[in-house]
Structure formats: structure tokens, C-alpha cells
Design a binder for this molecule. Sequence first.
Ligand code: ZN
Length: 232
Amino acid sequence: MRLREFLIGTALMSFALVITQAGPPPLFHDEVSNDFVGEKKETTEPSSSVSIPPDPSPLIAKDKILRAAYYDTMSILSTTNLCSDFFGGPAASVEAFNQLIGRMRKEYLSGSIALRMTGQTTNMLNAATRKEYRLFEKVQVNAKGPFYRNSFPFSDTSFSHIGTFEPNTRQARVLIFLHELGHVVKGEDGEWLLPNDGNNDKVSNENTRRIQGICGDQIKGLDKSETKTLAP
Ligand SMILES: [Zn+2]
């Protein structure tokens, strides 16, 4: 399968500051310390989850499949586990994912593309967590691809699995989302968590396998939970 992103014009166009909660002024990333963890130790509130922000776009509100996948993914990212840790922890990953999905449009694309991100990127800084991520100008989910369908339109030819998951399943959709999140979140080493894989199926599949290796337990655990419909 091809989870292709065409990473064009990735020059750092601007540097946006996102403030999601009150906190100290942002520092540059090489000054980052572990004080988010420190804060968690001192609070008496449950520290294992963060609240999920409102629907990021009208599309999420009206497309039931997209909405379920969004809240399934949020249910993983908003709690402390190996998967959310990989993406910088619940607070940072929830914000980055919410912003990513806020840019998503549903379009009719050719081939086996599930979702792609293209165009100029904007670098973002979460002031509270000091985690960096980027947003692509265009985020397109393919209405004719394996996010929504088992096979090509007007054909018996099935789409390839997403990792080990059948296309057009709850698990595949979450894995598709988490793969894309890996392209937008910056790691502690200053690199994006996943390397660019536009037009390179081999790297794309390796990226998907890597995310499933980290997040597979959480994704499989979705079977045990009802589809989330948290927000009105
Ligand atoms: Zn990719």
C-alpha cells in the first residue's frame, strides 16, 4: 500500500507559537528540561490523561468514520502509554494531532493513497510542553482509498493491509493517523519522528511498521472499547 506524502516546499516558512495553557515563556528546544514530568509528580489530579479538545473541524463533526477514527486515536494519545510517549506525551501529542486533523479535507484521489500531506509547512511550538511540530498546508484523506474502502472503486482488487490490519478497519485508520503524526512531531534529537516517504513505498511501509511496533498494543486494545463519541 502506499501511504504517500509529497513533501514539497518544506522550507521553514514561519514559526508559530501555540499556547494551549498558561505556562512559563517558551524556551528554545536545547533548553528543554523535564519539568512537565516534574509538574505531574506534584499534582494530586490524575496525571495519566489530558482532556481532548473540541472537534477540530466541521468535517470531523459530520463524517462518522473520520470522527470515530479521530476519537479512537485521541483515546490513545490522551493517556500515558508507550505510544503517546513516542509522540512527546499526552499534552503535546493531543495538540499536534488536533491541529493536523484540523487541516484535513476529504478528497477523491487516485491510487491506493490513504492520506497525504503536501505543500508548505509551518513550524509550531507548544508553549506549555515546549515540544515542536509542523503543519502541512494541505492534508487530504482519500475518499476512494483504504481509509474508507476495502478495494479499489469498481474493482475486486483489494487494497494492501495497513501494517497488519485490513484496510477500512478501525485499527487501520488509527494506524494511518499515527503514521502521519510521526511526520509532524519533532523528536528529542531535532529530527521528525518519521523520515519523509513521499513516493517511496518501501520507506512508507517501514514507517508504518515502526509505528505499529510502538503503538500496536494500544491499537489492538481498541477492540475492547466502544467507539468514542466524547464530544457533542
Ligand atoms: Zn509517511
